[in-house]
Design a protein around this ligand. Structure first.
Ligand SMILES: [Zn+2]
Length: 203
């Protein structure tokens, strides 16, 4: 399992060497890499080539049964676009390098019964931290954020530096069914986010 994340990290490093955003991904079917790629938005002037999308694209056209038995490894928590592709092809498991610098749609994936494992690999965290520090504009563009006004807080706040999603508690507070039942929905998330429990409590 670790060697597949190593392969995804190698892809991310290759992307960085090309002047791109260091996010890599590999698609693994029955213990073999069948697709590999890295973010090539900068290199290709592409709107859609995130690392995961590039790995899927390079894997080529595959039957549904192959995706259904595959695991997608990605160095960074998958965004809405990549999570959509994961759901579309019914990839049952995603192994994520880290979600400290960016938390994607992991809850959406889990709600659709995708198994999401987050490794919090320090190599992935460092790579993204350094890139975001050096190229904040490029990074915001990659995740579809207008760095003006209201968004500025979300991406540069001290909470963000500590790996806390400042929006999570608000979303939970006002929209979750847990709230209806008088349960603090943030507690499980916080424990999970800081690695005190492996998965979110579903109770
Ligand atoms: Zn993405």
């Amino acid at each position: 399992m670790d060697s597949f994340m190593d392969a995804a990290i190698a892809e991310a490093q290759a992307g960085l060497a090309e002047g791109g955003i260091p996010i890599g991904s590999v698609l693994v079917h029955q213990g073999k890499i069948i697709g590999r790629g890295h973010n090539r938005r900068v290199q290709k002037g592409s709107a859609i080539l995130h690392g995961e999308m590039d790995a899927l694209e390079n894997g080529g056209r595959l039957p549904a049964a192959v995706y259904a038995q595959s695991v997608l490894y990605t160095t960074l928590s998958p965004c809405a676009m990549c999570s959509g592709a994961i759901l579309l092809y019914r990839i049952p498991r995603v192994v994520v390098g880290e979600n400290v610098t960016f938390l994607g749609e992991e809850e959406l994936l889990r709600s659709r019964r995708v198994v999401v494992d987050v490794l919090q690999d320090s190599r992935c965290i460092e790579m993204m931290r350094e890139f975001i520090r050096k190229h904040p504009t490029l990074w915001n563009e990659d995740i579809g954020v207008d760095p003006g006004a209201s968004e500025r807080n979300e991406w540069t706040s001290p909470e963000r530096e500590r790996g806390v999603d400042p929006g999570a508690s608000e979303r939970d507070e006002w929209t979750s069914p847990e709230r209806e039942r008088g349960v603090d929905p943030g507690a499980a998330t916080r424990r999970w986010r800081f690695g005190l429990v492996k998965e979110r409590d579903e109770s």
